[in-house]
Design a protein around this ligand. Structure first.
Ligand SMILES: Nc1ncnc2c1ncn2[C@@H]1O[C@H](COP(=O)(O)OP(=O)(O)OP(=O)(O)O)[C@@H](O)[C@H]1O
Ligand SMILES: [Mg+2]
Length: 264
């Protein structure tokens, strides 16, 4: 069974799209896996970065009737994008008992054609976030160590554990990921202490610093490690270390593609 990995946090601008895209590139380019990326955001940021991998299916269709035909996995490009867009806002007004099972079924059938599925979510705890968590095997929460971040984490964790208890017992919290980390910030140090006091066991022991190479690479539709610049090297090392740890945790949880041999 393939991993279905959601990048979720109802807080905006914490790195969900950035890390979704880079994790998909890491699986595809570094480990030769086939990856389907589903963008559930109306802003469609990850869709813009990955537009050259556009498939025939758009994300809003996954909430409707069963897909007639799947999307080809394992093509030469290895990544297939199911793009987001404005129409996704209609889903928030739809009947949960209709759209959630439809999404879950369509994602499960897509997952059969790929080594992994990555879902980028909007910054809200709405129906699309619930649908993603119900269809997933694992969730990654990117966070920034800023004021109020801990309150936001608590709400997100409540949602994740609520979904796990009621709808999806197989859902694993792969971890909280510290993005835009600044070891010199007094504010971030204080927030870090608070985070570790409350949620130490969920925090991935890897950090992504603020690096201009990250948005620069994504603006070119490239993974950071393909940016021909020495400044991209530190960013790449941090990202690869993070993804390796996340993958280890997901494989150790006993679900998903442990047999594909992905390691750090
Ligand atoms: N480690 C980083 N270093 C530098 N810039 C970063 C880093 N992580 C994210 N960014 C930038 O911060 C902005 C927000 O990131 P991103 O769009 O991934 O967040 P998001 O959680 O998906 O936001 P939204 O909730 O609006 O969907 C983007 O411009 C992105 O390029
Ligand atoms: Mg986003």
């Amino acid at each position: 069974m393939s991993h279905v990995v959601v990048f979720g946090n109802q807080k905006g601008g914490v790195g969900k799209s950035t890390l979704s895209v880079l994790y998909a590139y890491w699986l595809a380019n570094v480990h030769g896996q086939s990856v389907c990326v589903i963008d559930l955001d109306t802003q469609a940021n990850s869709s813009k970065t990955l537009r050259r991998f556009n498939s025939e299916v758009s994300a809003v269709e996954l909430f409707g009737a069963e897909l007639d035909s799947g999307i080809a996995g394992g093509s030469e490009q290895r990544i297939a994008l199911v793009p987001g867009g404005k129409r996704l806002s209609d889903i928030e007004l739809a009947r949960p008992e209709t759209v959630i099972p439809a999404f879950r079924k369509n994602v499960a059938s897509l997952a059969q054609g790929f080594d992994a599925v990555v879902i980028d979510t909007p910054p809200a705890l709405g129906l699309r976030m619930s649908s993603a968590l119900i269809a997933a095997t694992a969730v990654v929460c990117p966070i920034e160590l800023e004021e109020y971040s801990i309150d936001g984490v608590t709400d997100m964790l409540k949602t994740i554990f609520g979904v796990r208890q009621r709808y999806n017992p197989g859902l694993q919290l792969a971890g909280l990921v510290l993005n835009r980390f600044n070891p010199h910030s007094v504010r971030q140090k204080a927030a870090m202490r608070q985070l570790l006091d409350s949620y130490r066991e969920f925090v991935i022991p890897a950090r992504i610093s603020t690096r201009s190479a990250i948005p620069e690479a994504l603006a070119h539709g490239l993974p950071v490690w393909d940016l021909p610049k020495s400044a991209a090297r530190e960013a790449s090392a941090e990202l690869k270390a993070l993804f390796g740890l996340l993958q280890q945790r997901m494989d150790a949880a006993g679900v998903g593609a442990s047999s594909t041999g992905v390691t750090a």
